[in-house]
Design a protein around this ligand. Structure first.
Ligand code: SF4
Length: 279
């Protein structure tokens, strides 16, 4: 067994959040840059150029790329041979607290959904732990803003709805969202499982590199079809019209019940922030 000092977890979560809020992933940046060449609407091109410039300034000056520095979502792939010298959850939340203080990031978490008093340190984080073989820990952090999260949903379709039902649900959801999730968006879809599993799959789908391709041929085809169809909706960058509504569609899937076809759609704005490190 490997005993791991939790300070390393705290430091890593802090560093990843400090980096993640200011430094957009190369895959997302490249897609935005490419879209400047392909977007047909001059206003859309202008918006994309401003997004690009904003992202460059954020990286250069180490300032957040968006004022909404999000609620911290943390994925932990926990090696089965790792033991900690304390509570993992506390160590992660301490890292969040330190990052939001050190980076002067906006604290965006309220203690109670109805009483709405700010926790003032952006904790608690949303933490997902998965057990994997080995003696390492992979931490992935994603500061998730409220705008795109608010127009995300889970719908329990039935098998008879099939592929056509999934496509209709996704297109209706993106159209209804319009400019609210700050397009160009990434569309994370969780297909299968049950109600809560599909939501987690959709979030995990947003952690994929935008250039990767689904291994499953049927899923890969559906991702490509949906990307094409979404970009025909005319929403465009920040909702000002155009062909660049989505940069990518990512579908993660899981076995499901014979009576069910759960579909979760997690929209992600152009500030598609996530960083990973293995310790
Ligand atoms: S949806 Fe994204 S880009 Fe828009 S305000 Fe929220 S975090 Fe910022």
């Amino acid at each position: 067994m490997r005993e791991l000092n939790l300070k390393l977890v705290t430091d890593t979560v802090r560093d990843l959040l400090l980096e993640g809020n200011c430094d957009l992933g190369a895959d997302v940046f490249q897609k935005i840059n490419n879209a400047i060449q392909t977007e047909e609407n001059p206003l859309g091109v202008s918006v994309l150029k401003q997004i690009k410039e904003n992202d460059q300034i954020a990286k250069r000056d180490r300032v957040p790329m968006c004022q909404d520095t999000g609620m911290a979502v943390v994925f932990v792939e926990l090696g089965s041979q790792v033991v900690f010298d304390g509570l993992l959850e506390n160590a992660i939340n301490l890292g969040v607290k330190q990052a939001y203080a050190e980076g002067y990031f906006r604290k965006s978490v309220v203690r109670h959904p109805l009483k709405r008093v700010n926790t003032n340190d952006n904790t608690p984080a949303i933490i997902h732990v998965k057990s994997v073989p080995g003696d390492k820990v992979k931490l992935t952090v994603a500061p998730k803003g409220g705008g795109a999260e608010n127009v995300s949903l889970v719908k329990m379709l039935i098998p008879a709805d099939g592929r056509a039902g999934i496509k209709k649900l996704v297109l209706d959801t993106v159209l209804e969202a319009g400019g609210k999730p700050c397009p160009p968006i990434v569309v994370g879809i969780g297909l299968g499982g049950n109600l809560e599993k599909s939501a987690l799959l959709a979030k995990e789908a947003l952690m994929r590199d935008l250039n990767d391709e689904a291994e499953d041929e049927t899923i890969r085809e559906l991702e490509n079809e949906l990307l094409h169809d979404i970009n025909q909706l005319g929403i465009g960058p920040m909702g000002f019209g155009g062909r660049t509504t989505a940069l990518a569609v990512k579908i993660n899937w899981f076995p499901t019940h014979i009576a069910s076809l759960p579909v979760a759609i997690n929209l992600q704005c152009h500030a598609a922030r996530h960083k990973s490190r293995t310790i």
